[in-house]
Design a protein around this ligand. Structure first.
Ligand code: GAL
Length: 664
């Protein structure tokens, strides 16, 4: 179990370094991410490298017994780069340039940027591949975090090449993009530009491909540096830090290229439910590389600096969230950053070693957590069969759902996924977060709201899943388009129709009950297992083989089907013709869990206590609620002692070996 932080020694005079290392040892730090933003120091001019300072700090860290995840500094090109090669600067859709002055001001598809990035990565590997302190490589930092898409001329040229590879001929691109609409037919790939600012609705198929392209360009940058590191002698695992469900980068396509996944996660302490969103992020990491542990590469000890109102963590909350991460598969707990900066935008962002020094609550908590993590025995990797419920989450579908010109143009896919995840989390179901293609018989229930864009293999997997006995919950606005965002011959639900046993005739957008102005208001729905308010959509569906479980009781669709249940093969598929409101999501999830006979990971837990299974280990965390007395006995992972009951006050956590645990 690694413990540590981003370490930026180049922000400090060297005489502080020995103190850093002494304090790191006191805190139990075992690993630091070094040099993430050090390009200007490492390569002050194109033809000059300065490794002397890095040599010294690497040696000091090594002598201090602290391992290094050595970074390539390519997330922030130094001023000489942009002065000499302004063509590396990215542009937004209006052609406005992102100038230097912050970080991440590079166009991922710029050949010049890539050449320079490869050069500095090669130089680092040449010098440090065999350094005994270096145990891992950290490529770049949070690819795409600030510049979500680049529309520059470098992007234009690369987009043309990418489309040529994808479509082969301009005719097949014209077919995929439906360019006969609005006279957009292309004569050659050289006529294509990124979807820059345009007078009105841009071509949706082009927008979707541009999202794929953007993710692929960032991935190419990672692969380039990874391959350069390898070619120059690096044998250590190579990672880059993810940001949970981050829209611009399709991590389902990235994950296989990383030796170890790492993730940055900053739940808002002001949001009492944000621990469930953190759990979502951890489960996503667990699901992206099944059966493998991952690293929590960045979190904060206290407040961040980039929200409107930045709350510190409550006493104990940092450790509770760290335990949550370990319970959901993390083998490293690290922070941004080691020592709080005195200058720069992050001078008020919390850190392991705060401005106020070591006589602080936060330092004491840092030291205590380090000691606990050090006391853990080697933990089992997460098991591929830990999850019993699949939450179907997919980047291409996300991009599709949030495309424009839909019946309802206010859908927030990320927020929607989190609503369903939170409802499952409250019921202590262990959830894998997977694309439709990965739904299989290891799951009892698959929850797939808003499955708008469905690839043929995904549709086939869902059909097989239900036919084989699984329970599927889907709709509304599902199985509407193919992978090009085009309607399929035959209308809607062309693949899942037989599975859900309904026909979808038309959509109807709803507006909130308290909306000003005209519009069909949100409608009430009544089912035997409870009622809810339907929002966003009230679709016109017709039950064919399915039975009607719930009907709209108000509004234009009054008396018509709102929820249907179909048996297909040995399984069951429910379809929602509307999106339940907040409470309704819980009602529907409860009904689906009961129908699919999904048991909670542990029975009888209150909602503020979470439980996670990691192979043979169970982790319980009280996320700040009242004391919970849990009738559970077993062997404590941390102490090795037998416990006969678990008592968790606010922010307490406990890990037990599951094979020794008995409830009641
Ligand atoms: C991350 C970033 C770090 C630091 C941190 C602050 O997005 O990778 O370098 O800026 O945020 O919360």
């Amino acid at each position: 179990m690694h413990y540590g932080a981003d370490y930026n020694p180049d922000q400090w005079p060297e005489d502080i370094w020995p103190d850093d290392i002494a304090r790191m040892r006191e805190a139990g730090v075992t690993l630091v991410n070094l040099g993430i933003f050090s390009w200007a120091r490492l390569q002050p001019e194109e033809d000059r490298f300065d490794f002397a300072w890095l040599d010294r700090i690497l040696d000091l860290l090594h002598e201090g017994g602290i391992a290094v995840d050595l970074a390539t500094p390519t997330a922030s090109p130094p001023p000489w780069v942009s002065a000499k090669y302004p063509e590396i600067l990215p542009q937004d859709e209006r052609g406005a340039t992102y100038w230097p002055g912050a970080r991440q001001h590079y166009a991922p598809s710029s050949p010049v940027y890539r050449r320079l990035a490869a050069t500095v990565a090669a130089a680092l590997a040449d010098r440090y591949a065999d350094h005994p302190a270096v145990v891992m490589w950290h490529v770049n930092n949070e690819y795409g975090c600030h510049v979500h898409a680049d529309y520059s001329d470098a992007a234009r040229d690369a987009f043309r090449r990418w489309l040529t590879d994808r479509y082969g001929s301009i005719e097949s691109l014209n077919a995929a993009w439906g360019t006969d609409v609005w006279s957009q037919r292309y004569g050659s790939f050289d006529e294509i530009v990124p979807p820059r600012l345009a007078p009105c609705s841009r071509n949706p198929h082009q927008l979707l491909d541009f999202r794929r392209f953007t993710s692929d360009m960032l991935l190419e940058c990672f692969l380039l540096e990874r391959d350069v590191l390898r070619a120059h002698g690096a044998t250590q695992p190579i990672t880059t830090n993810f940001m949970g469900a981050f829209k611009p980068a399709d991590y389902n396509r990235w994950a296989e290229h990383l030796d170890v996944l790492s993730d940055d996660c900053y739940p808002d302490p002001n949001d009492p439910e944000s621990f469930r969103d953190a759990a979502f992020q951890r489960d996503l990491m667990r699901s992206l590389k099944p059966g493998a542990a991952w690293y929590l590469m960045e979190q904060s000890t206290g407040a961040v600096n980039w929200r409107q109102a930045n709350a510190p963590k409550a006493p104990g909350q940092m450790a509770a969230l760290s335990a949550q991460a370990v319970g959901r598969g993390a083998d490293g707990i690290l922070f941004f950053q080691w020592r709080q900066s005195v200058s720069g935008p992050e001078r008020l962002h919390s850190a392991m070693l705060p401005h106020a020094g070591t006589d602080t609550r936060s330092w004491r908590e840092v030291v205590a957590l380090g000691a606990d993590l050090a006391a853990l025995p080697p933990l089992p990797p997460p098991d591929e069969r830990d999850g019993h419920v699949a939450l179907v989450f997919d980047w291409e579908n996300w991009w599709g759902v949030e495309g424009l010109d839909h019946p309802h143009n206010g859908i927030d896919y990320y927020a929607e996924m989190h609503r369903w995840y939170r409802a499952l989390h409250r019921r202590h179901a262990q959830v894998d977060i997977v694309p439709p293609e990965r739904v299989d018989d290891r799951y009892a229930l698959a929850v797939a709201p808003l499955l708008y864009l469905l690839r043929p293999a995904g549709a086939a997997a869902l059909e097989r899943f239900v036919a084989g006995g699984g329970h599927l919950l889907t709709g509304p606005f599902s199985d509407v388009v193919d992978e090009h965002d085009r309607l399929c011959p035959g209308g809607y639900l062309t693949r899942l129709g037989p599975v859900v046993g309904i026909r979808l005739e038309d959509f109807g957008a709803l507006v909130p009950v308290d909306a000003v102005g005209p519009g069909e208001r949100e409608a009430l729905v009544k089912a035997p297992w409870g009622g809810f308010r339907g929002t966003v959509h009230a679709e016109e569906i017709e039950a064919l083989g399915a039975s009607v479980e719930a009907r709209f009781t108000t509004g234009r669709r009054r008396g018509h089907a709102a929820v249907t249940r179909n048996t297909h093969g040995r399984g069951v598929a429910r379809y929602l013709a509307t999106l339940p409101d907040e409470a309704g999501v819980q009602t529907v999830v409860d009904a689906a869990l009961a129908d699919a006979a999904v048991e909670p990971t542990l029975p009888g837990l209150p909602e503020h206590v979470e439980v996670a299974r990691r192979g043979s280990m169970l982790t319980l965390v009280n996320h700040g609620g009242p004391v919970a007395e849990i009738a559970l006995s077993g062997r404590d992972v941390l102490t090795g002692e037998e416990v006969s009951a678990v008592r968790l006050a606010a922010w307490d956590w406990r890990m037990l070996w599951e094979d020794t645990a008995t409830t009641g």
